[in-house]
Design a protein around this ligand. Structure first.
Ligand SMILES: C[S@@+](CC[C@H](N)C(=O)[O-])C[C@H]1O[C@@H](n2cnc3c(N)ncnc32)[C@H](O)[C@@H]1O
Length: 234
């Protein structure tokens, strides 16, 4: 592992500097466990092989919470790089501990706002799949601009997808599901995998039941899923 690792990875405890933290981060990578990545000191997209110890295609989850989707995918796809964005420190720490205990080598979590980091650090055509499961619905009109799924964000994600790459989405919120459909159907560089305007069946990665999903299903709520495939460059 190169010396450049020194400033690019912080240990799970969230310490951002200090010899102890750096030693712990190196050990974590050697031991093939999950580490939390500090983006402040990542020079750019070229540093990802240092973070994972190998180059590869990404599977990216936006808003991982404490859910184990990436852990399961990491086991199923050992030659892919799992990257989870989550801005709650507590959730990142708890999920990191789960991943570490499981000893799955190819999962990394970034404690940060997802879209800015994707724009800045993920190379074009480097992502096989994005997972956007139960994004906060922001139902009030005055909060509309906080919603994760929008024209500009969909364009950004599509630009990072490989040709034929996919965006998987789920929500329990009927209004947000319609909004997702509206935005995604209008994107000329994407195709609805199940036909125009159609929701997707719960198969493949969509069959994974997230923590939030369990809660909503227990309350009898309906879950809406979508899959879009990149057909051309945005
Ligand atoms: C409703 S929870 C869903 C968590 C998980 N996907 C699940 O289904 O159990 C949404 C999560 O996304 C995180 N989040 C929302 N917007 C985000 C963003 N722009 N960047 C990073 N994390 C985000 C929140 O902190 C929260 O943990």
């Amino acid at each position: 592992m190169g010396e450049n690792l020194r400033d690019t990875v912080s240990c799970r405890s969230g310490e951002e500097s200090g010899a102890g933290a750096l030693r712990a981060a190196r050990e974590a990578i050697r031991g093939a466990a999950a580490v939390e990545v500090s983006l402040d000191s990542l020079r750019g997209p070229e540093d990802w092989p240092l973070v994972y110890g190998a180059p590869g295609l990404f599977h990216v989850e936006i808003g991982a919470g404490r859910d184990t989707l990436l852990l399961e995918l990491g086991r199923q796809l050992p030659d892919r790089l799992m990257l989870g964005f989550e801005y709650s420190r507590d959730r990142v720490e708890r999920l990191s501990r789960k991943i570490e205990r499981a000893g799955v080598a190819n999962v990394r979590l970034v404690r940060s706002e997802a879209l800015q980091c994707i724009a800045r650090f993920l190379p074009a055509e480097s992502v096989e799949s994005f997972y956007v499961f139960f994004p906060d619905p922001w139902p009030k009109k005055r909060h509309e601009d906080k919603r994760l799924v929008s024209g500009p964000s969909v364009r950004l994600l599509a630009s990072r997808l490989v040709p034929g790459g996919r965006i998987f989405l789920k929500t329990d919120d009927p209004a947000y599901s319609r909004r997702m459909l509206d935005v995604l159907e209008k994107a000329p560089f994407l195709r609805n995998e199940y036909g125009p305007g159609s929701f997707a069946p719960f198969q493949g990665p969509l069959s994974h039941e997230t923590l939030y999903e369990r809660k909503w299903r227990a309350q009898g709520r309906c879950i809406y899923s979508l899959v879009y495939v990149r057909t051309s460059a945005p």
